[in-house]
Design a protein. Structure first.
Length: 268
């Protein structure tokens, strides 16, 4: 038998108090990695150079990147610009003034996965882009606030949809959050357009990500020929934020809060 906790409810792994400490360490390093990037996301910088910084940071801290080698992927991050919804591949693409970028990292520390992403601004961005980032962060935090023992998985998506619809943006439904811990992707699938009161009941010890993707236009997407990059079908802007969390006896714990306080759009 491996060292994984083998208790599951409705297919969802229930972790121990000791497991929370492992996730805190992994989440803290992932968030610190994104903090490190903040001054480097500037016009004229390539996304490949940002990925190199991430790779070096993770190795320098005695960890490794979960994405390198995952299903053949070769990079330490996904960097998704403007109309890219998720899974953007770092490249020689140079950031331009006004670009917005989601940078997504997953680090492995002592076997535990810390998975998080944030939006960054390159130079001066248009008001509609800045507003989309604000709304997306608000939606993620509303989804997180719905987490508590006795709530249901669908409550998370319902809270996200409420914020999105109030602000007249769409929620991408074809990508979702996921369970994690000593494995990168586990149950449950956290759908960001759920219905209140539906889905498995949340219990202390469940770990998962909440990572809504919101579009200025329609929710529809297409995947490019590289097999990874998902873009908005109508070429409108998309934004995403992601935290890894654990359900506690009282509510929730965010494992990936920025040590430097840089986790909101206004601080990047």
């Amino acid at each position: 038998m491996d060292t994984l906790t083998d208790k599951r409810v409705n297919g969802i792994r229930i972790h121990t108090e000791e497991d929370f400490e492992g996730m805190r360490k992994a989440g803290r390093l992932a968030a610190a990695c994104l903090d490190m990037l903040a001054p480097h996301v500037q016009p004229g910088v390539t996304t490949a150079s940002l990925d190199d910084l991430i790779r070096e940071f993770v190795l320098d801290h005695g960890a490794h990147s979960a994405t390198i080698g995952y299903r053949g992927y070769r990079h330490a991050s996904c960097i998704s610009l403007n109309h890219v919804i998720c899974h953007g591949i770092p490249s020689d693409r140079v950031l331009k003034d006004g670009d917005i970028a989601n940078i997504d990292v997953t680090v492995v520390v002592d076997g535990w996965h810390g998975d998080t992403s944030r939006m960054y601004k390159a130079g001066e961005v248009k008001r509609k882009a800045s507003r989309l980032m604000d709304v997306t962060h608000e939606a993620m935090m509303a989804g997180i606030a719905a987490v508590k023992p006795g709530a249901h998985l669908g409550d998370i998506g319902a809270a996200i949809v409420e914020i999105a619809h109030k602000n007249r943006v769409s929620v991408v439904e074809d990508f979702c959050g996921h369970g994690l811990g000593r494995v990168f992707h586990d149950e449950p699938s956290v759908v960001h357009a759920g219905r209140k009161g539906y889905g498995p009941e949340l219990l202390p010890g469940m770990f998962f990500t909440i990572e809504p993707m919101l579009n200025l236009g329609k929710k529809d997407h297409k995947v490019l020929s590289d097999g990874w990059t998902a873009v908005t079908r109508d070429s409108t802007l998309s934004a995403q934020f992601e935290h890894s969390i654990g359900v506690t006896e009282e509510g929730y714990e965010i494992f990936t809060t920025s040590p430097a306080g840089l986790h909101t759009p206004h601080t990047l």
